[in-house]
Design a protein around this ligand. Structure first.
Ligand code: RTP
Ligand code: MG
Length: 155
């Protein structure tokens, strides 16, 4: 914890294929929540989507999920900020976008998702998941990329 008692965390946020066209609105939500984008990549997943979702491989929705996740580009981002894991999950809202639309607050999934599978975004569900999922999209062996938190404090 820092001197204000808050915990800086890193999490993996992914904009799913159905919401990549809303990237601008989503970045605004990220900035409004005081999270910083420290890495970003647009990529089209192929076979490796099954590896990313390996914890769900026995679920009934797995094939639908992999088909959806490989249907177009995704945007993967490392977000940094106080309690980033739970803050980003709160921005996403409930897994099922139909459920999300019944809530009072307009979450990302309420606004941009369709149903229980096509739901606009992903967020790591724990610090351990975040470490694994950040490594998946931004492998440390491929170089660390720009150390760009400094550039944020300058802008
Ligand atoms: P995510 O991992 O994508 O952030 O979503 P989550 O934690 O809220 O939901 P999870 O249970 O981990 O499920 C992963 C993704 O699988 C799709 N899904 N489809 N019944 C269904 O059709 C169903 N259930 C889950 C969603 O795309 C969900 O985000
Ligand atoms: Mg999950």
């Amino acid at each position: 914890a820092n001197k204000l008692g808050s915990k800086k965390e890193r999490t993996l946020a992914m904009i799913k294929p159905d919401a990549v066209c809303k990237l601008g609105d989503i970045l605004q939500m990220i900035y409004d929540a005081n999270l910083i984008v420290t890495k970003a990549k647009m990529t089209k997943l192929t076979r490796e989507a099954a590896d990313f979702y390996t914890e769900h491989q026995t679920k009934s929705f797995f094939n639908n999920l992999v088909q959806f996740m490989t249907s177009g580009p995704v945007v993967a981002m490392e977000l940094l900020g106080d309690e980033a894991v739970s803050v980003w999950r709160r921005i996403l809202g409930p897994t099922d976008s139909s459920t999300a639309r019944k809530e009072a607050s307009l979450s990302l999934r309420a606004q941009f998702g369709t149903d229980g599978t096509r739901n606009a975004g992903h967020g790591s569900d724990s610090l351990a998941s975040a470490a694994r999922e950040l490594e998946f999209f931004f492998p440390s062996t491929a170089g660390q990329g720009p150390a760009n938190t400094a550039s944020y404090s300058d802008c």
